[in-house]
Structures are given as C-alpha cells and as structure tokens.
Write a protein that binds this ligand. Structure first.
Ligand SMILES: Cc1cc2nc3c(=O)[nH]c(=O)nc-3n(C[C@H](O)[C@H](O)[C@H](O)COP(=O)(O)OP(=O)(O)OC[C@H]3O[C@@H](n4cnc5c(N)ncnc54)[C@H](O)[C@@H]3O)c2cc1C
Length: 384
C-alpha cells in the first residue's frame, strides 16, 4: 500500500512527487524517466529558478520575433525565457523526489487501486498526470473531447547559417502560407533549434506544414514528435482522483504554454496532498481543497481561449495591425505586465493560504496585477 500513486512522470507528475518527500510515493510511466519529450521545452526562466533547475537550461532568451508573412517584428521581453534539456530536468526532479518508479502502462482504477500492465497497486491518494489522454480519468467515463485541444508537431534540428535567422530570440509565425489557422515556432536551444507547427483546432496536414516551416529555414526534418495541447480546463478531480497538467486541460490556448501551469498546479496538488497526509485529513477534504485552489483560475484558461478564438477569426490585415501595435513599447509593456501578468505568478510558489473562494489572502493588493484583479473580481461576481 502506497501513500500516493502518481500516474505520469513528466512535468505535472514530478512536480507533485517533489512535495511528498518522506512519504511512500510511486511514480508510474509507460516510458522511462525523461524519454517522452513532446514539447519544445521553452518556458519562463523564473520557473527553472524557482525549482532550482537552472542546470538544465540550454539557452536564455529575452527577445521575440513575430513573423506574419508580410513583416517580421522583433521586440524585447521584460522577463527572460529559456529553452531547457527535458531529460536532465526530469531526472533531476525524480532524484530529488525520493519516490519509487515503475515503468508500466496504467489501464484504469477502482476504489484505491490502480490497474497497470504490471499488476494492481493500492494507494490512499491517486493522481492522474498522464497528459492529454487522462489515462485514469478517461476510464472513469469523465467527459473528454478533442474539441478543446490544439495539435502540434515539431522536430529538433541544426540550422545552416546565413539564412538571416536570429538564433538569440524565440520566433513565432502567424503566416497562412505555412499553416492557415495555426502557428509556427522556432526556439533556439544551444546548437540546435526546435522547429514546430501547431494547429488551432483539428490536427490537419501537419507534416506538409512542418515541411514548409523547415524549408523556409533552409533545412528539412526526419524525426518528429508531437501531440495534443488540451486547453479547455476540465474538472481537477474525478471521483477520488486528483487530475493535474494536460490531463486536466491545463495548457493555455493561443500560446500552447503548458509546462508552467503543469508544474504550478502540480506543486499545489502535491502540497495539498501533503497537508492531507500530515494532518490526517480525509481524501475527500483534500480533493475539495484542490478544487478550491484550481476553480478561480479557470478564468485564465477561458481568457486565452477567447483570445485564440477571436484572433483566428480575424482577417490577415488585422493580424498585421496587431503585430505592428505589439511592437509599440507602451502597448507591449502593458501587454506583458497585465495580459501576460495574468499567469506571471505561475512561476512562483502556489499560495495555499486560500479562503473557500480560492483568493490569495496574504498578498498586498498593490502586488496583484490588473489581470488578476479582473479575474478575481469576475470570480466573486460569478460565485455571488
Ligand atoms: C509540439 C508541442 C510543443 C510544445 N512546446 C511547449 C513549450 O515550448 N512550452 C510549454 O510550456 N509547453 C509546450 N507544450 C505543451 C506541453 O508539452 C504540455 O502542456 C506539458 O508537457 C504537460 O505536462 P504533463 O506532465 O501534464 O503531461 P506530459 O508531459 O504529456 O506527460 C504525461 C506523461 O504520462 C505518461 N503516460 C501517458 N499515458 C500513460 C499511461 N497509460 N500509462 C503510464 N504513463 C502514461 C507519458 O509517457 C508522459 O510521461 C508543447 C506541446 C506540444 C505538443
């Protein structure tokens, strides 16, 4: 009997496990630790600083380049981003967690049992962190649909020089010649670059789109990896299961940023379970605490979903206009500080000193960004 079984040993699962040192914790994954990279591994540098994982950083970035097909706009970011080594990050987090690991495929769950390809295992707390499939919760018939999912593929390549590509910046393409209703990206990571394409909506003709992206940068791909980006926040609990990361739809629409939320909510989930174990609370109470923590943050996901849906309906000329506006310093500063500030705190310790509506209690009002004020204001109204 384990104290906690965590299905999925990637960002979300490892973040949960790291809060539970000293307890009997089992991590389950069908792949060995650090071998199942699906992402471009770009995130805010402060996330890796917060987790003391800067050894895994491959390259730091403080500039963005937006390519719309008709113009290329380069601008600075007020806070640094980075690309990192997935294997190194996962292995370090696993070693620090003190958890056991079993390489097995999870097949379902009943009561306190998890059924795996290597037999049934029992635990007091069970966490589903298996990515977009939600391997445990989907077996419980909790509603999941591919409707709230974008799809992306990418390849890690070495670029030939002399193509005008700035290797010091994170690049995004909103260019219908590459992919209509989608986005392209190129994230330099030391000697290599992650080049990918993501579709807002159904996975459609992704390989030819990736071919167009790589050709534009003077290269071509062999190996690709990719999967869905689930951006519709689902229930963070299902029966007696805690659901975290992509399994709970915690990847932002539009930007496809899912690592920071997976680790932020994973950390919160792990700390709530730890509080339950330390204080001998019922599992039901811990499930309620986790739901209470996630619930008010739904508005962040809804906000990015609305922006994605709006932008993808706009004519190309409007996208050019927005790109030009973003290059203006005053709008950019506002956008980064407030619009992006909606989730800026997700690089920090999740504040668990929550009242029943989930609002942070011990932060000074002036430290809370306009975005958060709007979000929490909206929650208050919604919950009466
Ligand atoms: C092409 C692409 C590029 C991306 N780039 C970025 C980026 O640069 N920055 C960013 O922030 N986000 C990015 N994302 C999103 C990001 O990858 C995800 O949001 C993030 O990986 C979610 O973490 P997770 O731990 O919830 O799930 P995952 O990282 O998907 O991990 C799930 C784990 O569960 C395991 N698993 C699955 N099913 C089973 C089963 N039945 N039994 C046992 N184990 C199982 C898997 O092997 C895996 O280890 C990208 C996504 C894609 C598709």
């Amino acid at each position: 009997m384990y104290d906690v079984i965590i299905a999925g040993a990637s960002f979300a699962g490892l973040a949960v496990a790291n809060q539970l040192k000293g307890y009997k914790v089992l991590l389950l994954d069908r792949k060995s630790i650090g071998t199942g990279q699906t992402s471009a591994c770009g995130t805010m540098l402060r996330v890796l600083e917060h987790w003391d994982l800067t050894d895994a950083v491959l390259q730091v970035h403080d500039r963005f380049v937006l390519h719309t097909g008709r113009m290329n706009i380069e601008f600075p970011s007020p806070y640094p981003w980075c690309t990192f080594d997935y294997t190194r990050l996962c292995k370090t987090l696993f070693e620090r967690s003190g958890a056991e690991f079993l390489q097995a495929t999870v097949r379902g769950t009943t009561d306190n049992q998890v059924q795996t390809s290597k037999g049934s295992l029992k635990a007091r707390y069970i966490v589903d962190a298996t990515g977009w499939r939600g391997a445990l919760v989907s077996r419980l018939n909790f509603h999941r649909t591919k409707k709230g999912m974008n799809f992306g593929v990418e390849s890690i390549l070495t670029l030939p020089g002399g193509n005008g590509f700035n290797p010091e910046a994170l690049h995004f393409w909103y260019d219908p010649v590459i992919l209509r209703g989608g986005v392209g990206w190129a994230f330099p990571r030391g000697d290599e670059v992650s080049i990918g394409v993501g579709s807002y909506g159904r996975a459609k003709k992704m390989r030819p789109a990736l071919r167009r992206m790589t050709n534009r940068l003077g290269t071509t791909y062999d190996d690709i990896h990719g999967t869905y980006f689930p951006y519709k926040l689902l229930s963070p609990t299902a029966g007696s299961i805690f659901v975290v990361g992509d399994a709970a739809g915690m990847c932002l629409a539009l930007t496809g940023e899912g690592i920071r939320p997976a680790m932020f909510f994973g950390e919160a989930c792990g700390r709530i379970i730890r509080r339950g174990l330390d204080d001998g609370l019922t599992v039901k109470r811990s499930l309620e605490d986790y739901s209470t923590f996630v619930r008010p943050r739904r508005i962040f996901f809804d906000f990015f979903t609305t922006v994605q849906e709006t932008l993808t309906r706009l004519p190309l000329r409007a996208v050019d206009w927005i790109a030009r506006a973003v290059s203006r310093k005053w709008l950019r500063s506002w956008m980064f500080d407030e619009y992006w500030g909606l989730t800026k705190s997700w690089g920090e310790n999740p504040d668990l000193s929550i009242d029943r509506s989930g609002r942070p209690m011990d932060r000074r009002v002036e430290d809370i960004s306009l975005g958060e004020k709007v979000a929490y204001g909206a929650c208050e109204t919604r919950e009466g």
